[in-house]
Design a protein around this ligand. Sequence first.
Ligand code: ATP
Length: 314
Amino acid sequence: MSDPILKVKGLVRHFGQVKAVDGISFELERGQVVGFIGANGAGKTTTMRLLTTLDLPDSGEVEYDGIDATEYPEKVKSRIGWMPDGFDPVDGTTVQDYVDFFARAYGLTGQQRVEEVARVLEFCGITELKNRYINKLSKGQTQRLSLARMLIGNPDFLVMDEPAAGLDPQARLEFKQLVRSLREKGKTMLISSHILSELAEMCDSLILMSQGRIIHRGTREELEALQQQEGITYTIRPLTDCVQGVHAWLQAQKGWKNAVIMPDNSISAVCLLPDNAAVARSIQELCREHLVLEVTRYRRNLEETFVNILHNQR
Ligand code: ATP
């Protein structure tokens, strides 16, 4: 059953001639983890700042849990957590002081504040770092600190701008585990990245953005199905004398498309045949007529599928 926590309609934000956000609409289901993917400058940060009420749109609507967030930002602010893409460490500030500062800004006092700071440090696994200076933390520890800061006040919608950027594989894994724990707590999350594969596994669905617009919305499985429809690319390496013949043969076949002779005299072609047996028979037939040294198959990864969707939109 559909239960959107966030409804965005016709959102526009231009900076002079730059159409940073150019009329986007989407909904987020409660408890979903959604990846927000786009190249540098696609408009992700601008959109996220609008959703978190840090900026105002030129036009369009943001409705958070039935409340018009543009009209009444104060009513929704405390329920939305924001993790910006960047961190300004202040010299001489400890982890504990830093989180405490944000707890104070949130309006917490006394024992309640002490408990809240302890809770978020514990959840993010940085309790033992509480007396460390924040400008001495590693990248992974800094991300955990930003996460802790965002979780002050236990917001139910979390917006994270490039949280996995620059993390080493271990820190990335730990970040994924934190996202999993937050999902188990029922949080709705919007997480941005310019690298699709970085987010695909941890998200229920993906929003692909380019030049201020949403160009695709779907689950990872739907994207994978798109990959499937696109066919599998094969590289065929004939003897040099046979390159033209193999190319012409592929062009004449219904089951093959986009046959291109590459600079190294191999041929790249997409096979549309329905199953491996049909592909094997076709390759056998090709090899009966021409001298072929090698055939290798290559399936597009998700990143290339994204680039392809982008390309088809232009
Ligand atoms: P990145 O991954 O590089 O952070 P992004 O997808 O988050 O990119 P935005 O930061 O939203 O993209 O920027 C979208 C466009 O809006 C860019 O062309 C950017 O230069 C422009 N832009 C963003 N903020 C401003 C601003 N305050 N003033 C002028 N132009 C801006």
